[in-house]
Design a protein around this ligand. Structure first.
Ligand code: KG4
Ligand code: ZN
Length: 338
């Protein structure tokens, strides 16, 4: 089997259209991302039809730009890796159809990739992958704790309701801060008192599961009277609310991921997904991990949110393990991790 030299990654699972070219596993020659975020802002969340239309309009020019930046031609490509799921069906469909058509035209193989597996490898570029590690996947749609052993991923636990990114987005909406909520709450939290508001830790039947819907309701009740729906005159300042919310949810995440390391006896953590951009998560997990002799890897900011470079890398890893996709492969909006 010839080792693929140039790999094209395609990512269209939600509101981003991205194509990337890797040379080998570690060298990112290009990673072009066209976001439709500006089109969704006024609706307070992603509108699936707008997202998929944007992907359809953008995919050809994003692909051409990725080749141009990488200084290669389409005929130089050896392998295509494409996000197969989970995500929005219309957006996924654009990327999967494009990948199949291109693979057919170029007579090269293609591999369907799980979006969250892509997030998991985003922090491993240029690094030696630890043989054993705990993976924390935190995005707008998922919160999953995994145990990874020689490239194989096992799910330890996940959220039973909202994802942590979703909780940020919903709380920001309640506070009138717009979409997406993560970056704005993260910034606002820096000016507030993290102990101004106490949030009760949710109780979980399973040790490594999460729950974030209760904290969102608690924020709502601090802002408005639950009986009348009128604004609460004693509501904390927006900065205090942001800081307290962030202190609570990141604290729960950090405790569980360190508990999982101790349970599994591993000393490496790999974090992926949009919420990995969070400044308090980065600071607290690195600090609390170091205190226990645990090394934490975060992706660079450019690879925290959705991008095709991480999909290309994961596709290449799967290909090296013998995985091939057939033309019967379809987009799967509910694709399970394992
Ligand atoms: O991985 P991603 O780009 O898309 C999905 O696969 O969902 O993650 C997007 C999520 C959004 O919920 C956004 O609010 C959150 O990541 N996010 C953050 C930060 N930056 C993005 N959450 C907290 N703090 C941030 N700095
Ligand atoms: Zn994502």
């Amino acid at each position: 089997m010839r080792c693929p030299r140039y790999v094209l990654g395609i990512e269209t699972s939600c509101d981003e259209t991205s194509c990337a070219v890797l040379r080998g596993r570690d060298e990112i020659l290009s990673n072009v991302v066209s976001s439709s975020l500006f089109r969704h802002k006024k609706f307070g969340g992603v509108v699936p039809e707008i997202a998929s239309r944007h992907c359809m309009e953008q995919i050809q020019c994003v692909f051409e730009e990725a080749l141009r930046e990488a200084k290669i031609k389409a005929a130089d490509l050896d392998l295509i890796a494409v996000t197969r799921g989970p995500g929005l069906i219309g957006s996924l469909f654009v990327g999967v159809s494009f990948a199949k058509a291109l693979a057919y035209q170029l007579k090269i193989p293609f591999v369907g990739v799980h979006h969250m597996e892509g997030h998991l490898v985003a922090s491993l570029f240029g690094q030696v992958e630890p043989r054993l590690y705990v993976g924390l996947l935190v995005s707008g749609g998922h919160t999953i704790l995994t145990f990874c052993e020689k490239g194989k991923i096992h799910v330890l636990g996940e959220t039973v309701d909202d994802a942590v990114g979703e909780a940020y987005d919903k709380v920001a909406k309640l506070m009138g801060l717009g979409y997406p909520g993560g970056p704005v709450l993260d910034k606002l939290a820096k000016r507030g008192n993290p102990r101004a508001v106490h949030f009760t830790r949710p109780k979980q039947d399973k040790r490594f599961d999460f729950s974030f819907s209760g904290v969102k309701t608690a924020v709502l009740y601090k802002l408005r009277d639950p009986r009348t729906g009128q604004p609460n005159p004693e509501a904390p300042s927006r900065a205090d609310m942001a800081a307290s919310f962030q202190h609570a949810v990141i604290g729960w995440l950090v405790e569980k991921v360190i508990d999982a390391c101790e349970f599994k006896g591993v000393s490496d953590i790999v974090v992926g997904g949009g919420v990995s951009a969070n400044s308090y998560l980065r600071e607290k997990l690195a600090r609390d991990g170091a205190a226990k002799g645990i090394k934490v890897r975060f992706p660079p900011f450019s690879l925290s949110t959705d991008n095709a470079a991480m999909i290309a890398r994961r596709g290449l890893e799967l290909y090296a393990r013998g995985v091939r996709s057939s033309y019967k492969m379809t987009a799967d909006p509910g694709l399970a991790l394992v």
